[in-house]
Design a binder for this molecule. Structure first.
Ligand code: NAD
Length: 270
């Protein structure tokens, strides 16, 4: 028997990178998937390319290749009705919801007092409010199932330590730790566990942002906040992160809730 046989997972930001890899990994363990992504740029000049609808279709192909079912929805985590429609369609199709991976986010680099308000509010609205909206859309369906469940909030090392050059990102990711701990208490009586993960640098388009490179070369002292002690590895892989997500999604972590799981090459230890 696989770890997630017959369970259903709702994953935001699933068109590529970490979100896609989580979808495929959870499907390999028996889960059916509801995959949600905007599949378009959320901001001009963000410093890295956006995924397309074809990327989300590729996620669907990979999930089906694992022998599981998937439904996809193109939408924005700033749009509560789009999230609710995706959850409702998934529950209608699969009959249940057990797991949420709130993964969609953006990374916009600038010094905080030079950041146009639109960059700050876009970051907070997607990375923090978008996770609240995702949980708000999905949690009632998990409660209604009466079987408990697992919510995984994707934060970052920058939900634990400073992120010079990306204060909006750090503020949102710190906020997620507060949401996670509080949600763990409010959902405990329903047997729903809520944990956040805090990856370090992960090998995806987001971590190759040209705006990050510009800021770090302009202000070299900021690099002090982006060093890690683990020699030989210069990034986490998407598989490293998916293993953590799988652990938290499955009953292997049945005693774990309200936690902040760090997978960061030791970055937060410095
Ligand atoms: N890459 C890293 O170094 C790193 C490190 C720590 C944490 N993280 C976090 O991991 C998660 C995944 O990031 P990634 O590295 O795979 O980046 P990515 O840019 O490849 O993937 C993010 C996905 O989220 C989607 N998305 C963005 N805004 C959206 C919106 N408004 N509505 C719906 N979907 C939206 C994007 O289209 C994209 O498919 C994010 O929460 C990110 O903050 C990344």
């Amino acid at each position: 028997m696989a770890l997630l046989d017959n369970r259903v997972a709702f994953i935001t930001g699933a068109a590529r990178s970490q979100g896609r890899n989580h979808a495929v990994r959870l499907a390999r363990e028996g889960a059916d998937i509801i995959a949600f992504d905007i599949c378009a740029p959320v901001f001009d000049d963000i410093g890295y390319p956006a995924p397309t609808p074809a990327d989300l279709e590729e996620t669907a192909r990979l999930v089906r290749a694992e022998g599981r079912e998937i439904i996809t929805a193109i939408g924005d985590v700033r749009d509560q009705s789009a999230l609710q429609a995706a959850v409702d369609a998934g529950v209608e199709r699969f009959g249940r919801l057990d797991i949420v991976v709130a993964n969609a986010a953006v990374s916009i680099w600038n010094r905080f007092w030079e950041m146009p308000e639109e960059e700050w509010t876009t970051t907070i609205d997607i990375n923090l409010n978008g996770v609240w909206r995702t949980l708000t859309a999905a949690v009632p369906a998990i409660i209604a199932g009466g079987r408990g469940g697992s919510v995984i909030v994707v934060s970052s090392v920058h939900g634990i330590k400073a992120s010079p050059g990306a204060a909006g990102y750090a503020a949102a990711k710190h906020g997620l730790a507060g949401l996670t701990k509080t949600a763990a208490i409010e959902l405990g009586e329903y047997g729903i566990r809520v944990n956040s993960i805090h990856p370090g640098v992960v090998d995806t388009p987001m971590s190759r942002s040209s705006r990050a490179a510009e800021i770090l070369s302009q202000y070299p002292r900021y690099a002090d906040s982006y060093r890690w002690p683990l020699a030989g590895l210069n990034r986490c892989s998407v598989d490293d992160v998916s293993e953590a997500v799988l652990h938290l999604a499955s009953d292997r972590s049945r005693a774990v809730t309200g936690s902040q799981m760090v997978l960061d090459l030791g970055l937060t230890a410095i």
